[in-house]
Design a protein around this ligand. Structure first.
Ligand SMILES: Cc1cc2nc3c(=O)[nH]c(=O)nc-3n(C[C@H](O)[C@H](O)[C@H](O)COP(=O)(O)OP(=O)(O)OC[C@H]3O[C@@H](n4cnc5c(N)ncnc54)[C@H](O)[C@@H]3O)c2cc1C
Length: 370
C-alpha cells in the first residue's frame, strides 16, 4: 500500500515507522528541517500505552535510554489540602514489571532517536516540501500536520474548538526536598500544574494559569519567578535555580467531528488537542498511530483500503472523546473553588486515597486509555 504522511512531528514520524513496519511504502512530507524538528523545547509524560507501542515497533530499548522513569505520582489538591499517590502497585501486573508509573521525555532526545530510526528504514522516503505533487499516487493520505493543519482547512473538516482562558508556563528548575523519582500533579484554583523529574535535582515545571496572571509572571525576573514558585510548590520543596528561559504557550481544546475525509486520515493534534494537565496529549496521539497500524495490518482491510478511514475514525472516537472530556473536567475541577463542591471533592480524594481498586482503575485509564 502507498501512503503519504503530511507532517513529521512526533505523530507523523512514528506513524511512518509503524506503517512501514506494517509493510506500506511511505512518503513522509515535512516543511521543516530535521534541526528545526529537533529543536523544540518540550517535555512529555510517556505512559505504558506508548511504551507498548514503541516496543511493538522495536524502538523502545533505544529510546528508553533517554527517558527518566518515575515511581511515585503525587496528586495534591490545594483547595482541600489533601494528597494521594499513584504507585507501581496501582498498575496492572503486566505493567508493574517495568518499575515505573511512567516516564518523562525531553522532545529533542525523542525526536533524534525517531529520526535516526527513520533514516534506517528503506520503505520510508522523506520529502522536504509541504505540497504533495500528485495525491492520486497514494492509497491513503495521513494528515499529521498539527493543530493548525492546512490539510484539514482545505478539506473543510469541521471541528469543535475553544481556547482556555489560560496559558501554560514551562521552566526547567533545580529543586530541593524532592525525590528524583517522583512527579507531582497539583490541582490549584489558578490552574493545574505539574512537576516532572528530568534526572537528579532537575525538574520541569508545567504551570497553567489565567492569561492575565501568566503574562504578569512571564515578565518577572528569574529570581522573582523563583520566589513565586516557592509559594506554589508543595510544602518542603524549594526551588534553587531556573536553568533555562521561561517559555509559555496558549492552551486550547480541539476535537474533529470526524477523523477522516475521503482517503485522508487525521492523526494526532490534527484531530484533537487537549490541555497538558495529566500528560495525556502525546500518548493519545501515539494511540492514534497504533490504532491505524493495527487496521492496516489486517489482510482483509489491506486489500479493501477504502474502508480504513471510516473504520479508523469510528475505532478512535471513544478513546479520544473520553480522554478529552476527562482532561477538560480535571481542569474545571482544579479551578473550581465553590464551597458546594467541597464535600464531593473531599469524598473523591478520600476514596482514591483509601481504595486501591479505584486507584488501579483510574491509573489504568491514564496509562492505557479507554
Ligand atoms: C509550544 C508547545 C509546547 C508544548 N509543550 C508540551 C509539553 O510540555 N508536554 C506535552 O505533552 N505536550 C506539549 N505540547 C503538545 C505536543 O507538542 C503535541 O501533543 C505533539 O507535538 C503533537 O504532535 P503532532 O505530531 O501531532 O503535531 P506537531 O508537533 O504540531 O507536528 C506537526 C508537523 O507537521 C508539519 N507540517 C505542518 N503543515 C505541513 C505541511 N503542509 N506539509 C508538511 N509538513 C507540515 C509541521 O512542521 C510539524 O512538524 C506542546 C505544544 C506546543 C505547540
Amino acid at each position: 500500500m502507498n501512503i503519504a504522511i503530511i507532517g513529521s512531528g512526533l505523530t507523523g514520524s512514528l506513524a511512518a515507522i509503524s506503517l512501514a513496519k506494517a509493510g506500506c511504502r511511505v512518503d513522509l512530507y515535512e516543511r521543516l528541517s530535521d534541526e528545526e524538528l529537533i529543536n523544540r523545547d518540550r517535555t512529555y509524560a510517556i505512559t505504558h500505552s506508548s511504551r507498548k507501542m514503541l516496543e511493538k515497533i522495536g524502538i523502545w530499548s533505544n529510546l528508553s535510554i533517554d527517558l527518566v522513569p518515575f515511581q511515585y505520582l503525587n496528586v495534591i489538591d490545594y483547595e482541600l489540602n489533601k494528597k494521594f499517590q499513584f504507585l507501581i502497585d496501582d498498575l496492572s501486573i503486566s505493567d508493574q514489571k517495568y518499575s515505573a508509573v511512567g516516564w518523562i521525555a525531553e522532545h529533542k532526545y525523542l525526536m533524534v532517536s525517531i529520526l535516526n530510526f527513520i533514516s534506517n528504514i528503506e520503505n520510508i522516503n522523506k520529502i522536504p516540501t509541504s505540497v504533495i505533487p500528485n495525491t492520486n499516487n497514494y492509497d491513503l493520505i495521513v494528515a499529521a500536520d498539527g493543530s493548525t493543519s492546512n490539510t484539514k482547512k482545505k478539506l473543510k473538516t469541521p471541528s469543535f474548538h475553544f481556547k482556555y482562558d489560560q496559558m501554560c508556563i514551562t521552566a526547567k528548575v533545580l529543586l530541593r526536598g524532592i525525590k528524583s523519582n517522583e512527579a507531582f500533579e497539583i490541582l490549584n484554583s489558578e490552574g493545574p500544574f505539574a512537576v516532572l523529574p528530568l534526572g537528579g535535582d532537575l525538574f520541569q515545571i508545567i504551570c497553567s494559569q489565567s492569561v492575565v496572571k501568566g503574562t504578569y509572571n512571564m515578565n518577572l525576573s528569574k529570581s522573582l519567578f523563583l520566589d513565586y514558585l516557592s509559594t506554589i510548590l508543595p510544602y518542603g520543596i524549594e526551588p534553587d535555580t531556573i536553568i533555562d528561559e521561561l517559555k509559555s504557550f496558549p492552551i486550547d481544546f480541539l476535537i474533529n467531528y470526524s477523523f477522516f475525509s475521503g482517503k485522508y486520515i487525521y492523526l494526532g493534534e490534527t484531530a484533537h488537542k487537549i490541555h497538558p494537565v495529566g500528560g495525556q496529549g502525546l500518548n493519545l496521539c501515539w494511540r492514534d498511530v497504533d490504532g491505524l497500524a493495527k487496521l492496516i495490518s489486517i489482510p482483509l482491510l489491506k486489500n479493501n483500503h477504502s474502508f480504513i478511514p471510516l473504520i479508523y475514525s469510528l475505532s478512535r472516537f471513544f478513546d479520544v472523546l473520553s480522554i478529552s472530556v476527562l482532561t477538560d473536567s480535571l481542569v474545571r475541577y482544579s479551578r473550581c473553588d465553590l464551597n458546594i463542591f467541597f464535600l464531593p471533592r473531599s469524598l473523591v480524594f478520600f476514596i482514591l486515597k483509601k481504595s486501591a481498586l479505584l486507584r488501579k482503575y483510574v491509573l489504568n485509564i491514564m496509562t492505557n486509555g479507554f
